[in-house]
Design a binder for this molecule. Structure first.
Ligand code: F6P
Length: 343
């Protein structure tokens, strides 16, 4: 019988528990696999800290946000027990034959390295940012877009009442997917994304034209957006566990600039982690469940070094190496498609 250790790594994401449930149900029913859950991401694997996962433990989990396993941004090569050789010994001690790593780009890169060094590992892509290549959507993204859209709807009513310009900042790191989709759904008058810098003059021209029609301007900005004279995305909160700058706060820079140049009273809202919390949408539950089920087939077929992914409506298998070649940015034509109606 194959014993699988599951871990969730990186920022949490609505749908992680549905993946765990899908894997445990199909793996045990169809393939006769057994499961344990490593706690707090790679830390649990490195330190051999695991909990049993059986059918009863995953009951009713698909609608629960967060992850019952906990997560962290600690890498598998950190600390005295890190590295492939130590991890192989820990797996042997715990009787774990294979690892399922659920995570984003950092997790896939670490999993690829462990696979190159002989660890039997497969993966499930996750991120609210939707920026992983080789998969059309990641679960968690739809939920984040839904939450951001609701925030736009709410900001609009207060913005309209006061005739203010409202600037909403959403997450996404260096990808503008959450901003583009929520801004489109919420009918924003300008959507600002990292892939396509816009000048403050252009942003003010859009807000002025909205005001001239007697409307209250609604601007959605992705946290990674830069003005043309900014060398990098706004960051004042140091580095994260994967050595990347923590982003956030661009809305608070833009709001006074817009107010000063246009005379329109302007307010900034930074949506933050609200986008990652709470129950997943039905779309994310379905996607996460299917991915969790499919990853048990990868293990049964011993397709180490691969992850499951969504192509169109089908769940497929791709190598970690293929997924890591590129970053999935918003293409220029997707941005231009919406830009023509800004203002
Ligand atoms: O990658 C997911 C994400 O939510 C990004 O959109 C955001 O920049 C980052 O994680 C926030 O990370 P943390 O939870 O460590 O503050």
């Amino acid at each position: 019988m194959t014993r699988i250790g599951i871990l969730t790594s990186g920022g949490d994401c609505p749908g992680l528990n549905a993946v765990i449930r899908g894997a445990v149900l199909k793996g045990s029913e169809v393939h006769g696999q057994e499961f344990v859950g490593f706690l707090d991401g790679w830390r649990g694997l490195v330190e051999g800290d695991a909990m049993p996962l059986d059918r009863s433990r995953v009951r009713g989990l698909s609608h629960e946000g967060g992850t019952i396993l906990g997560t962290s941004r600690i890498g598998p090569y950190q600390g005295p027990n890190g590295g492939a050789a130590n991890i192989a010994r820990t797996m042997e001690r715990l009787g774990v034959d294979a690892v399922v790593a659920i995570g984003g780009e950092g997790t896939a890169a670490a999993a690829q390295r462990l696979f190159d060094e002989g660890i039997r590992i497969v993966g499930v892509p996750k991120t609210i940012d939707n920026d992983l290549d080789q998969t059309d959507y990641t679960f968690g993204f739809d939920t984040a877009v839904e939450i951001a859209t609701e925030a736009i709807d709410r900001l609009r009513t207060t913005g309209n009442s006061h005739k203010r310009c409202m600037v909403l900042e959403v997450m996404g790191r260096n990808a503008g997917w959450i901003a583009l989709h929520s801004g489109t759904a919420g009918g924003a008058h300008a959507i600002l994304i990292p892939e396509h810098p816009e000048s403050i003059e252009q942003i003010c021209a859009w807000t002025n034209s909205v005001r001239e029609r007697g409307r209250a301007p609604m601007v959605v900005v992705a946290e990674g957006f830069t003005l043309p004279d900014m060398a990098q995305a706004h960051s004042t909160k140091g580095m994260d566990g994967f050595d990347r700058p923590r982003l956030g706060g661009i809305a608070e820079l833009l709001a006074p600039m817009i107010q000063e140049r246009t005379g329109i009273e302007t307010r900034a809202t930074v949506l933050g982690h609200i986008q990652r919390g709470g129950v997943p949408t039905a779309f994310d539950r379905v996607l996460a469940t299917r991915l969790g089920m499919a990853v048990t087939d990868l293990v049964a077929d011993e397709q180490w070094g691969h992850m499951v992914a969504l192509h169109g409506t089908e769940i497929v298998r791709v190598g970690f190496d293929e997924a890591l070649v590129d970053h999935k940015s918003v293409p220029a034509h997707r941005y231009q498609e919406m830009r023509v109606i800004f203002g």
